[in-house]
Design a protein around this ligand. Structure first.
Ligand code: ADP
Length: 491
């Protein structure tokens, strides 16, 4: 199968979030599975400064943007070590900027125009390089126009008739909504600006456009695919998703098992695997307590949190529980993250008042994230919603027991201790359903009790450490979905 993955970001070229990890890892695994996969993204300044050679293919092309035309240039690179071809669309007016999507907390005002250009450039590249694509895998609102252009403008042109499209939603909250006059930039007929297709409450909506025009739609976990069809999680698009439910599915993201491997992690003071975790984790915990200025307490549960300090991640629940626990419960807490200023302040106050129990690092630090995953006993993820989540996978691999709210990818990856009907061989953490501090409080108590009972705790650790959350597992599911999509597009 010949797959072209179009994305607005991909490691190691340009990254703002999880989309970049998926886009960088999936083509590598597809190639390992024997498929021909390539990647296409904008040649941002970040990509050009990433240290990898970008070769000019000497090809220029022109695309219409509203009433003007813009010129683009094709660059080529490869994902290091994997030989995956990467095509980069160079257009400095659009992409030679400090950031990918905006500066000082504001989106760039020409974002619609930038991604109209990128979407058209992707389709032109297929022709210019004769890529013979079977499946075009598009991702998030930045590429939502591609399935529409393919169906409306390109489908009758030679080289495009047999291309099937998959559109992946990584986070429904980011929709690429623009004022209606931006419809002119797309060059598509106004007749498509209706509530069945590209319009959403008077705005042009590029996420919706992708969802409507692609042959298949998926999200980054099966549970999130179900949740986004409800008013609670659907961000207003639940009706559209219900309408497309026959072609909607979910595939969990994988993790980079080379970077996240406790047996060979250069960031850790001691390395360990499933046979040696007891000693290894004890050393990592003591070193982490030293690093954070917490007292060395080998038998007090250490609860870790790494991530954005936002309401999506359940910070309001955490703070309610922490305020009580810091005064009454024998437990230590570590927070690593950045986010909303009100949460920074509340955590700072608690860390100052209870320095023996609460450690806080308001920064982005990958090495410390690794050390927390290894040194903590429990890992906290009480998210309001979570399309997939990555930290629960890292925690499982590092023998740190996740305590999660059963939503999205967390519900799909964590099997809760004590739940009726749970397969005992799969139980790997603790989870609760109600988005309430009461439920979190109760579940944390349950987890901390279990921490003191090795006959419960050790099997939880071993089960988690033995599970496979690698990209190769997810890539196999993508191959099946690609095949289904190709078959669907023929009918
Ligand atoms: P989201 O994409 O919603 O922020 P995910 O769990 O899917 O959440 O992915 C976020 C990734 O970024 C995780 O690997 C997490 O550990 C990492 N991360 C977030 N904040 C920090 C931080 N302050 N320091 C180090 N790593 C962080």
């Amino acid at each position: 199968m010949n797959i072209l993955l179009a994305s607005s970001e991909a490691v190691p070229f340009a990254k703002t979030g999880g989309l970049a990890d998926v886009s960088g890892a999936l083509p590598v695994e597809l190639t390992r599975l024997g498929h021909h996969a390539s990647l296409i993204l904008p040649a941002y300044r970040q990509a050009r400064d990433c240290g990898l050679p970008l070769d000019d293919l000497g090809i220029r092309f022109i695309v219409p943007i509203g009433s003007k035309t813009m010129t683009g240039q094709l660059l080529r690179s490869t994902i290091p070590g994997a030989g995956v071809p990467v095509y980069l669309i160079k257009q400095d007016q659009y992409f030679d900027r400090d950031e990918l999507y905006g500066a000082d907390g504001k989106d760039y005002i020409d974002n619609c125009e930038r991604f109209v250009f990128f979407s058209r450039a992707v389709l032109e590249t297929i022709r210019l390089l004769d890529l013979q694509v079977d499946l075009l895998h598009t991702n998030d609102w930045q590429t939502g126009l591609i399935p529409a252009y393919l169906k409306i403008e390109y489908r009758h042109r030679p080289g495009y008739q047999h291309i099937a499209t998959l559109f992946t939603i990584h986070n429904l909250a980011f929709q690429g909504r623009f004022w209606h006059w931006d419809m002119l930039l797309t060059g598509l007929d106004w007749k498509y600006f209706n509530w069945h297709e590209m319009e959403f409450h008077g705005y042009l909506n590029l996420l919706k456009t992708g969802m409507i025009f692609a042959d298949s739609v998926n999200t980054v976990s099966p549970q999130y695919a179900v949740e986004i069809q409800t008013p609670l999680q659907g961000c207003g698009l639940e009706g559209v998703l219900q309408h497309r439910r026959d072609v909607l599915s979910g595939i969990l993201n994988g993790i980079d098992v080379r970077e996240w491997n406790p047996a060979a992690d250069p960031h850790l003071p001691a390395r360990y695997d499933v046979d040696s975790y007891a000693r290894g984790k004890a050393k990592c915990k003591a070193a982490l307590q030293d690093e954070l200025g917490l007292p060395r307490e080998p038998n007090v549960p250490l609860i870790g949190f790494v991530g954005r300090l936002t309401s999506q991640k359940g910070m309001d629940l955490i703070l309610e529980v922490l305020q009580r626990w810091a005064q009454t419960v024998e437990a230590q807490w570590v927070f690593l993250g950045l986010g909303q200023p009100n949460y920074h302040k509340a955590l700072e106050t608690l860390a100052e008042r209870f320095p023996q129990k609460v450690a806080l690092r308001l920064e982005f630090s990958n090495p410390l994230a690794h050390r927390i995953e290894a040194g903590a006993d429990l890992f906290l993820m009480p998210s309001r919603y979570e399309p997939c989540g990555l930290n629960q996978f890292y925690s499982l691999r590092y023998g740190t027991v996740p305590v999660v709210r059963a939503t999205g990818g967390l519900a799909d990856s964590i099997v809760g201790y004590g739940e009726p009907n749970a397969d005992p061989g799969q139980v790997n953490g603790f989870r609760f359903y109600d988005y309430s501090s009461l439920a979190l409080n109760e579940t944390l108590h349950q987890a901390c009790d279990a921490y003191h009972k090795p006959e419960i705790w050790n099997p939880l650790i071993v089960t988690g450490m033995k599970q496979d959350w690698s990209w190769s597992r997810s890539a196999k599911q993508y191959v099946e979905l690609y095949q289904t999509t190709i078959n669907r597009s023929k009918h």
